[in-house]
Design a protein around this ligand. Structure first.
Ligand SMILES: Nc1ncnc2c1ncn2[C@@H]1O[C@H](COP(=O)(O)OP(=O)(O)O)[C@@H](O)[C@H]1O
Ligand SMILES: [Mg+2]
Length: 275
């Protein structure tokens, strides 16, 4: 078939061929323009988020510096008071030091909470001994809360986990701190590690105030705090569990809670098992 015939045939089949081509081209141009607009918006959004994170990072640094200096001064005063055996003043200094540690934690939570919200909280994955982490976290808790009855139940097979050890210890510490914070009555905390169906499962149990069933899933949301009478009395930012959930998500693990109001809670998370 000659070219001329082809053109005629095409004209018979699609009488509006030229209009159709023009229409398709215009649509293509519109799509390209829209794509460019979206790319630009995305780049602007990324740079806004980056400057938001940069700002929080800078603010955190600015807030942490005076706290570090204050801690150093307190330490010097503590040493002097200890030499002079001024025990009452020394105990006041120790209480001030505890409060400064609280401020440091709150500042760190603000930074990690921002990062978790922006998806920029990073984890450095490695093999590590999960039982050793549990022992360290429990020892810290026992030292800080001598009034609590504690129980540590580690898996006898000494499993090796795959993840960011520091971040996982941050999760354990957060769950243990919550267990203490939300247990105004019976002061009991248990930390357990177990190998279950090829995964490592870590559980923190308390006999505290518990969480009403319909609020249990929301506790992992950013800034969420349970507004029961008991809960309202305990200070906090509502960022701890949000950060924990993000860290565990980065490990392809799961996090959850089962709880009964007035009886206690069991928070757990799972992690990849290495051997
Ligand atoms: N072990 C627990 N027992 C009872 N309530 C808890 C426990 N852990 C967390 N919660 C509830 O979940 C909320 C969110 O916890 P979290 O994100 O750690 O924030 P924060 O402790 O700063 O309030 C808390 O305000 C509290 O109401
Ligand atoms: Mg908390």
């Amino acid at each position: 078939m000659t070219l001329k015939r082809l053109a005629m045939r095409r004209h018979q089949l699609f009488p509006n061929y030229r209009i159709l081509v023009k229409h398709v081209r215009e649509q293509e141009l519109r799509d390209q323009r829209r794509l460019r607009e979206l790319e630009l918006k995305y780049a602007q959004q990324l740079s806004r988020e980056k400057s938001h994170e940069d700002f929080v990072h800078m603010a955190v640094h600015e807030l942490k510096s005076p706290v570090t200096v204050l801690k150093a001064y307190l330490q010097m005063m503590g040493m002097k008071l200890s030499r002079e055996e001024q025990h009452t003043l020394l105990s006041t200094i120790e209480k001030m030091d505890v409060q400064l540690d609280r401020i440091t934690h709150l500042i760190s939570d603000l930074l990690d909470g921002t990062r978790a919200g922006l998806g920029t909280l990073h984890c450095l994955m490695n093999d590590f001994d999960i039982n050793e982490s549990a022992r360290v976290c429990m020892a810290n808790l026992k030292a800080a809360h001598t009034d609590f009855v504690t129980e540590l139940d580690t898996d006898p097979s000494e499993p090796v986990a795959y993840g960011d050890r520091e971040r996982i210890e941050q999760v354990m510490n957060n769950l243990l701190t919550n267990a203490v914070k939300y247990s105004p009555g019976e002061k009991y905390v248990k930390l357990q590690t177990r190998l279950v169906e090829g995964q490592i499962v870590v559980k923190v149990t308390d006999h505290g105030m518990g969480i009403p069933e319909h609020k249990q899933q929301q506790v992992f949301d950013q800034f969420y705090r349970v507004d029961t009478d008991g809960g309202k009395k305990v200070p906090g930012l509502g960022l701890g569990l949000f950060i924990c959930a993000d860290i565990i998500r980065k490990h392809s693990g799961q996090i959850g809670v089962s709880s009964r109001e007035g009886e206690g809670s069991e928070f757990w998370f799972s992690l990849p098992y290495r051997g």
